[in-house]
Write a protein that binds this ligand. Sequence first.
Ligand code: SAM
Length: 384
Amino acid sequence: MYVALLGRQPAISIAELERVFGDVRWFGGEAALIDTEEPIDIQRLGGTQKLGVVVAKFPLDDWRSVSKKIVTHYSREWAAYDGKITLGISAYGFHTTSRDVQKTGLLLKNKLKGNTSLRLIPNQDVALSTATAHHNKLGLSDNKVELLVVRGKTSIVVAESVGTQNITALAARDQGRPKRDAFVGMLPPKLAQILINLAAPNQPARLLDPFCGTGVVLQEALLLGYDVYGTDLAQKMIDYSQANLDWLQQTAHINGKVTLATADAMDARWQAPIDAVATETYLGQPFSAPPSPSKLTEVRGNCDHIIGTFLKNLADQLESGTPVAVAVPAWRASDGSFTHLPLVKNVEKFGFTRVPLTTVSPEQLLYYRPDQIVARELLVLQKS
Ligand SMILES: C[S@@+](CC[C@H](N)C(=O)[O-])C[C@H]1O[C@@H](n2cnc3c(N)ncnc32)[C@H](O)[C@@H]1O
């Protein structure tokens, strides 16, 4: 059993986990339990910040009692260890302070005498940041330990981290690419991973992105083991994707097959086979403030036409059951409400059904940063 600490938008993160692992449930508001014994590589998951193997489960209690149990357990477990252990402790969902969490580590340090020396990572907060855990390589070897102590609604779990999201590699893939384009948009690599996993969790084969832009989805799909097929209306974007994927193949030494071509997604004829589709479609123009009602009606109608025509065209060319994850625009008003594309209520009309998810409802799959007007609504579909 694993516990996953979910990203900034936990509903999107848990949806990804449910698609990949099936047997997943909420544990408090920011974590999920994954019921598998198989090893999990956190770097394949866009929405999980930290991952740990559950080593103990307790009834609900306060930090002090849990802390005592941790000290008793690990002072025994590490008593015979000959060498240095680096330890970080992160508490989630507790009413406690960073000082109290740090105190748990200090008590343990004092109890460990003899040949064991404990280096404690200082807690600025009750939980170590992803950056701190990552830079200290916690969870990546036996003597670099991060304890993830998570309080759910009805119990508490203690887990030993098996790794943190590799923010250095993600930033390098995002900012180190030779070709970027602020106007076309900057799909974060994490969100591209989530889209791919939402579409087709376990079947690396050939993945199509029909609005490939600068190639972020294709790049992440290559890293996940897919052959990739990208098309875009603009030749410039195909050139950008080519440059970015050449760079990735050289720097990361990956050998998936790449096919790129210009095509209008509304009438393209794609070459078979297409085993999965993951795409961030045309999102309309960017806005820095909420648009006027008439402007919103115009942009929404335009996007609905382009994306609806694309979906129909795509459905005609897919085998029944082919998984498709699509990010489409939704617009956020100043009161926090969203205007959706009409087509999201009618995906059946376009030849698709929604993939049922038990951990979240479809309306929760809206990705946006606090300052963004245009959100990305994630549709998890399959060809009818
Ligand atoms: C939001 S961007 C996608 C960005 C992409 N995820 C990336 O990694 O850069 C949308 C892309 O759709 C393309 N596009 C717009 N209308 C299109 C159409 N009818 N058919 C195909 N591509 C289209 C644009 O050229 C643009 O590259």
